[in-house]
Unconditional design. Structure first.
Length: 327
C-alpha cells in the first residue's frame, strides 16, 4: 500500500520525469501511426507540464466507476478512448472543419487521475484538485470518464475559474434524481445546483428518454424523440437560446447515443441519437462560451468492435476542434 501511495503523490506533483512527461520520451506519442505507440489521446504529448503559455487545452482521464447503478466497467473508459483515438490521428485537419487543429490549438494528454481505489471521496478530492490546477492555469479541460459521477468533481473544479455555469447535457437520463443524501452517477445534477455550481435556468438536457418529473423539472429538456424529429438547426437554436452568452460546461454521457451507436455503456436505453446527429449539433454550438467538456460512461467490456470507444474518441476530438474554432 505504501508504494502505491508514494506513486500517487508523485503523480499528483507531476514529477515523474524531469520535463513532466509521463513516459520516458514524450515524443514517442507524436507520430501519426494509427496502431503504433498508442499511449495518449490522439497522439498528443503525454505530460503534466501544463504551464506553457501556448498550451490551450488539456485532456484528462478519470478511471472511476463506483458511482454506477448498472453495468460496471467505465473505469476502463479513458484507456479505451485513447486506443480508439488512434484511428483519428492521421487526419491533421478533421472533416469538415476548415483548419488544422495544431494551427489553432496546442493540447496535451494529462494521463489518468489516480485515487485510492474504492474511495469515492478521494476521487472527488483528487479530480477537483487537478481540475482546479488546470482551469486555474487558464487551460480548457476535456475529461474522459469514468462513470458520470465524475462530473460533480469536474464542476467543482471549474467554478473557481469560471463562476456558476450553464450546463449543456447530452444524456438518456436527467441525472437529477432526488435521492437526498445519495451521491452517484444519477444524482450529480440534483446536487450541483444546490452547491451553486450550475444554474438550471440556463441549462439544457438533450436526448432524454427516461422518466423524470415533467411537471416540475428545473432544466430544459429536448427529449430524444424531439431531438430526432426536429431539425438539427432547431435543436441548435434551442440550446443557443437557453445558454446564451453564459459560461457553459458541456457533459456528454455516451448513452445519449442509441445503443446501436454506443452499445458499450453502463445504462443503455434504446431510441437515442445517432453519432452523426450528435456531431452536427455540437458543431452548431461550437461558438458558445463552453469552458469545459467531458465524455463519460464509455464501457469497453460491453463494447463491440470499438464502436462506443470510437464514438467517445470522436466526440472528445470534436471538443478540441470546438475549442480551437474560438481561438
Ligand atoms: Mn446516462
Amino acid at each position: 500500500m505504501s508504494n502505491e501511495n508514494e506513486k500517487s503523490v508523485q503523480l499528483a506533483d507531476g514529477a515523474l520525469m524531469a520535463d513532466g512527461s509521463l513516459v520516458p520520451d514524450g515524443s514517442l506519442t507524436a507520430d501519426g501511426s494509427i496502431y503504433a505507440n498508442v499511449f495518449s489521446f490522439a497522439g498528443l504529448p503525454l505530460t503534466r507540464d501544463i504551464d506553457r503559455a501556448d498550451l490551450g487545452a488539456v485532456v484528462m482521464g478519470i478511471p472511476y466507476d463506483l458511482g454506477t447503478s448498472g453495468r460496471p466497467g467505465a473505469r476502463s473508459g479513458p484507456n479505451a478512448i485513447r486506443q480508439a483515438s488512434a484511428n483519428l490521428r492521421w487526419e491533421a485537419q478533421r472533416w469538415p472543419w476548415d483548419f488544422r487543429l495544431s494551427d489553432r490549438l496546442q493540447a496535451v494528454d494529462y494521463g489518468d487521475i489516480e485515487f485510492s481505489s474504492g474511495d469515492s471521496t478521494d476521487m472527488l478530492a483528487r479530480v477537483t484538485e487537478h481540475t482546479m490546477r488546470i482551469t486555474g492555469a487558464g487551460k480548457t479541460l476535456i475529461s474522459l470518464g469514468g462513470d458520470h459521477f465524475v462530473t460533480l468533481a469536474l464542476l467543482r473544479g471549474h467554478v473557481g475559474a469560471h463562476g456558476k455555469l450553464a450546463l449543456i447535457h447530452f444524456d438518456a437520463h436527467t441525472d437529477s434524481y432526488d435521492e437526498h443524501e445519495k451521491y452517484d452517477h444519477g444524482s450529480m445534477f440534483y446536487h450541483a445546483p444546490k452547491e451553486g455550481l450550475i444554474d438550471p435556468a440556463r441549462s439544457v438536457q438533450i436526448g432524454i428518454r427516461t422518466d423524470h418529473d415533467r411537471t416540475n423539472h428545473a432544466y430544459q429538456v429536448i427529449d430524444a424523440d424531439q431531438a430526432n424529429e426536429q431539425s438539427v438547426e432547431d435543436t441548435v437554436r434551442a440550446i443557443r437560446a437557453r445558454v446564451g452568452e453564459s459560461p457553459a460546461y458541456l457533459s456528454f454521457d455516451i448513452d445519449c447515443l442509441d445503443p446501436a451507436f454506443a452499445p458499450g455503456t453502463g445504462t443503455p436505453v434504446v431510441g437515442g441519437l445517432s453519432t452523426a446527429r450528435a456531431l452536427r449539433i455540437l458543431r452548431g454550438i461550437a461558438d458558445l462560451n463552453i469552458v469545459g467538456f467531458d465524455v463519460v460512461e464509455v464501457l469497453p467490456a460491453y463494447d463491440q468492435a470499438q464502436i462506443t470507444a470510437l464514438a467517445g474518441a470522436s466526440l472528445a476530438l470534436e471538443f478540441l476542434y470546438m475549442r480551437a474554432s474560438r481561438s
